[in-house]
Ligand binder design. Sequence first.
Ligand SMILES: [Fe+2]
Ligand SMILES: [Fe+2]
Length: 211
Amino acid sequence: MRQYTGLDHLIHSFDQALRSLVPGATTAQRENPAASKDSMLNVSDARHIAGLMRVNHTGEVCAQALYHGQALTAKLPTVRKEMEQAAIEEQDHLAWCEDRLRELDSHPSLLNPVWYTLSFGMGALAGVMGDKYSLGFVAETERQVSLHLQDHLSQLPEQDERSREILEQMNEDELHHRHTALEAGGVELPGAVKLTMTAISKVMTTTSYYI
Ligand SMILES: [Fe+2]
Ligand SMILES: [Fe+2]
């Protein structure tokens, strides 16, 4: 089997980053859950939902980066397959959010490269700390993402079934990813780390809504 050099890893990481950041470069493996649903929105609702979906899209860009960074440094001998499956499901989320943004005549956040880079670094650092922390980091991330999704679901107007179907499926998947990470031995992170993660995500969600 071929041994990969540092340069190979660098090129692979760059390729993964481009696929996550360039609109249309990621395709979903599962059908978009909104496929058969309707949504008639007035202009101001559509604008608000586009903001929410932009936040969710950036969250999914961060999820890609987190899994990519983690895969580079973590050992994960027993759970690599589950983590790879989770990463594939995150690609579905990314593509579905992108579809919805396009339908709403909007665009992904311009700050995504910044958030990708930061999340990649955090994922790689968590991987270096050891598998139980790395998995604990995934579990905590998914918990926080799920809280955001539930908040966004509560803000959707009743008639926006298309966004609702997407966010509900994402929430279900994220909670499953959390469960998988905990089952695999992820530990509870120190309170200070969790607070830092919450603070960073607050900056991300606030900026991505607008830009
Ligand atoms: Fe996701
Ligand atoms: Fe997830």
